[in-house]
Design a protein around this ligand. Structure first.
Ligand SMILES: [Zn+2]
Length: 329
């Protein structure tokens, strides 16, 4: 029996763009079949259907009904980019993520189904960018002015503006930590000090069976896994070839949770480094620039701190997935 030599199997192609638009999907199929001689042959079945459906992100996450079960001091999380704004405002209705939000189970499905009679591969081309804050020490610098020696001795981290106090012509001198009290000096106090030993990625992505953490770029990791083609043999049932993607930005990324935002209840707990980092990211996103940063090198026992540069944080998240299923020889 003669085989079909020139059988061309087409592929199912589709593209999904997350965060920016809704998922676009479609299936394209083209067959070219040539048969010679007297023997008969039928075209091998393809019948592969590939789908990227739903959305990983949304404009609002309304407590448990929105897939969030975070409960802090009796309050459930509610996040919305539509709150208190006019629909004509920039940013209204945009997809967003925030501490305490996560993907809904099954909100985004990536499936390939069918039982083709030929061998093939599922090729996924994914790319994206995760939210992050670079390692280093951050602080919010508050101006307090002149203080008494008693106040200085009582503790706290006092800094002075090196440029203003020592060399007005020097560019970018930064804040230096005070090593002794001086009556004439005007001081700043460093608060919300936050030292990240590694780059921080608060939104943790996982494929079905992975378990990533905030100390490495989980989005880059799953993109690496997605970009590994999965092959199938004739007769394979393709229902389980594509792993499911999920994400979560925990309300507190420490374990156990720090409870740092329950101070209103009088517990007096202080926020952990991750909760302070989350606040920094939120402030940067809001266009506030109250933070200063140091790489850790210092000349006076702390600092110098400089205004936080824009390359220290990424506050936009994107994930694009292209999936193609094709026959191989
Ligand atoms: Zn915390």
């Amino acid at each position: 029996m003669k085989k079909n030599k020139a059988m061309r199997m087409a592929s199912a192609l589709l593209v999904a763009t997350l965060l920016t638009t809704s998922v676009i999907s479609g299936v394209f199929a083209k067959y070219t079949t040539k048969a010679e001689g007297n023997d008969t042959a039928r075209v091998a079945k393809w019948g592969v259907v590939a789908k990227l459906e739903g959305s990983l992100f949304g404009p609002e996450y309304a407590d448990a009904a929105g897939g969030n079960t975070v409960d802090t001091s009796g309050k459930t999380i509610s996040v919305s980019s539509k709150m208190g704004r006019d629909s004509s405002d920039a940013g209204y209705g945009e997809n967003l993520v925030a501490p305490g939000t996560k993907s809904k189970d099954g909100a985004f499905t990536c499936t390939v189904t069918g039982t083709p009679e030929v061998a093939g591969v599922i090729d996924i081309k994914a790319k994206g960018k995760n939210i992050s804050l670079a390692k280093g020490t951050y602080a919010r610098m508050t101006f307090v002015g002149k203080i008494t020696k008693d106040e200085y001795d009582a503790g706290g981290e006092y800094y002075y503006d090196y440029k203003r106090d020592n060399d007005p012509n020097k560019e970018k001198a930064g804040y230096r930590k005070a090593t002794s009290w001086e009556a004439s000096k005007e001081y700043y106090q460093a608060e919300e000090i936050c030292t990240l030993d590694t780059d921080y990625y608060p939104v943790v992505f996982n494929l079905s069976s992975t378990s990533n953490t905030v100390s490495s770029d989980s989005l880059a990791a799953i993109i690496g896994q997605l970009n590994t083609a999965a092959s199938f043999a004739p007769g394979d049932t393709l229902d389980t070839k594509v792993p499911q993607i999920s994400w979560e930005w925990k309300f507190c990324n420490s374990s156990p949770a720090c409870g740092g935002y329950s101070t209103e209840t009088g517990s007096g707990a202080s926020a952990c480094v991750y909760c302070i980092a989350d606040t920094i990211l939120g402030d940067v996103m809001a266009g506030h620039d109250p933070y200063i940063y140091t790489s850790g090198t210092n000349t006076d026992g702390g600092g110098p701190y400089y205004p936080m540069a824009s390359n220290k944080s990424i506050t936009n998240l994107s994930l694009d997935i292209n999936m193609a299923v094709r026959q191989v020889d």
